[in-house]
Design a protein around this ligand. Structure first.
Ligand SMILES: [Zn+2]
Length: 162
């Protein structure tokens, strides 16, 4: 026998693949069983590879979903922080306005205080002037009393002499 299909166990050649298979199942049944076993094992390996790839795909999808959620949460947090920043800026602006108002009030009160101090000073000066006038009048009064006493003494003397 000669052909293109050679038996790998006994190296006999056959014209067709079918003839080779028939030969193998008749002459080397354990070889065919082994081939089948190998084929099945290969299927199992392929199947487990597919299973592994599916699991990896699932893991990646879960990771992606998790990252999407995290990104969403971060976006929310950034939004909240932006809102808080605007509120804080408004509060600072309001406080600045209040401070400016209080500074104006303080300025007005200081002006009023200065004015009052000037008035008090003017009144103290007036009191001093009035005291001086009174002292001067008291001196004049004392002089006048002395004069009266003098004249009365003179009159008494004149009476005695009369
Ligand atoms: Zn053979």
């Amino acid at each position: 026998m000669s052909g293109n299909h050679t038996c790998r166990v006994c190296e006999s050649s056959f014209d067709s693949e079918k003839a080779l298979h028939i030969h193998e199942s008749k002459k080397h049944p354990s070889k065919q069983a082994q081939d089948l076993q190998n084929l099945l094992q290969k299927f199992d390996e392929e199947a487990s590879k597919v299973e592994e790839l599916k699991q990896r795909k699932k893991d990646l999808e879960e990771k992606l979903e998790e990252e999407r959620n995290q990104t969403e949460q971060l976006t929310d947090t950034v939004e909240n922080l932006k809102t808080q920043k605007i509120e804080l800026e408004n509060t600072v602006e309001m406080k600045d306005g209040k401070i400016a108002d209080l500074e104006d009030q303080l300025e007005t009160e200081r002006d009023a205080e200065d004015q009052l101090e000037k008035e008090v000073e003017q009144k103290e000066q007036r009191v001093e002037e009035l005291r001086e006038e009174r002292d001067s009048l008291e001196n004049s009064l004392a002089d006048t009393e002395n004069l009266i006493n003098k004249f009365e003494t003179q009159i008494d003397e004149m009476d005695k002499n009369l």
